[in-house]
Design a protein around this ligand. Sequence first.
Ligand code: AMP
Ligand code: ZN
Length: 489
Amino acid sequence: MKIYNTLTRRKEEFRPIKEGEAGIYTCGPTVYNYAHIGNMRTFITEDLQVRALRFLGWKVRRVMNITDVGHLVSDADTGEDKMEQGARREGKSAWDIARFYTDAFFKDFKALNCADPDVVCKATDYIKEMIDLGLTLEKKGYTYVIPGDGVYFDTARFPDYGKLAGKRHIEGIQEGARIEANEGKRNPTDFAVWKFSAPGGKRQMEWDSPWGKGFPGWHMECSAMAMKHLGETIDMHWGGEDHVAIHHTNEIAQSEAATGKPFANYWLHARFLVTGDTGKMSKSSGEFLTTGLLIKKGYDPLAYRYYCLLTHYRKQLEFTWEGLDAAARGLERLREAARRLAAGEGDTMPEQGGIVRSRCRELCDRPHGVPSSPAAKYLADFKAALEDDLNIPQALACAWEAARNEALPAGERLAFLKEADKVLGLDLFAAPKAEADLEPELMALVEARAAARKAKDFKRSDELRAELAAKGVLVEDTSGGQKWKRKAG
Ligand code: AMP
Ligand code: ZN
């Protein structure tokens, strides 16, 4: 499999540490609020990578952390802990906030068909490992103490500090940081290994340490947990693009300073989901869209997964409601084709010896052996797409080709779609959405309109259509009868 490595800025053949195995660390959510659908784009991408590797025969171990302490409001290691901010906002304890939003996160994660990671680890369960890492760094002379503030990593002592983000980028941070720089820091890019609880003030989450009572710096958790579960050097490390300049750069510095070995061989980053109105979607900027909100509006959460599948993970994805509507329709059409094949209704044309060159074949730029049957050719093309830096849009095009190509025997198309869905995770063979998903009073109006139309009382049926529209439900008349859907936006 070829993957784009942010560290070398090029596509590289993935060479594992252990033959046939892939150890993957993916930075998890900060559980002080719901995850927004931007976060979920990154988690869906990581899920696709794990599924693709397994599909291609790799043994994968995926570790994901839950940030439930230490992620401060400001990247400069100042300001409130986001967990304590969440606790204050909702009048609950920081521990309750962490529990609540961790559960909420996994609900969304599952709704979007993301497979469970092999290991899920909470930062608050690894305080000892983080302190040990801090002690190693201290012993090697990488840290210094700012009295009343914390223990800091001296980035000037790590010569390759800018290697992930690029030196110019780091210089930019240094320039920008000067304005709000923490006075005691030796360099603007230095970051906290351990933060002290404010003198006299008790934090909800705090622990004893050799340096004093306090809590770990945010970046420490990922280094400590990744090394604990995957070893001192890991195969792949994933996150969203925002992590390149600070979080992952700091993870590299502290891990490599401590062990003297490369921390991760491949660094992978998903570009952001953005919205037209506000640009970047972020938890801290207040308004954001959640998976739960999409479900409340009547969308199948997998319509959002399908939406993500249409754009390569290294391209920015702009979210629009029209786009989501189109994705929902696309997914439904693909499922319809899959269902018809499963019901044995796919052979609408007589079998032919060969098939026309498929679009996905054209899209694939890699030669792949001579497949034994037309369906095997689809599978080869599908695999080639996955192997080409996780080209999911191309893999999806293969699924569409197979669904549409009536010149192929239905059994072969069906078998291929079942295989493809193991990676795409779209529940292609799911039953159509039950109408009972609408609230009973709205369902009664939908039924009344169908009855009025049947009785040719068009005045009444138009009135009911308008009433439903005002209540957020759109009805349309199709050859298969009346259909309803919730209004977007
Ligand atoms: P957080 O909960 O903020 O720690 O972020 C969880 C994951 O979502 C990280 O990998 C982030 O890099 C990623 N992320 C944050 N915002 C976005 C966005 N707008 N689009 C895609 N990924 C994002
Ligand atoms: Zn991380």
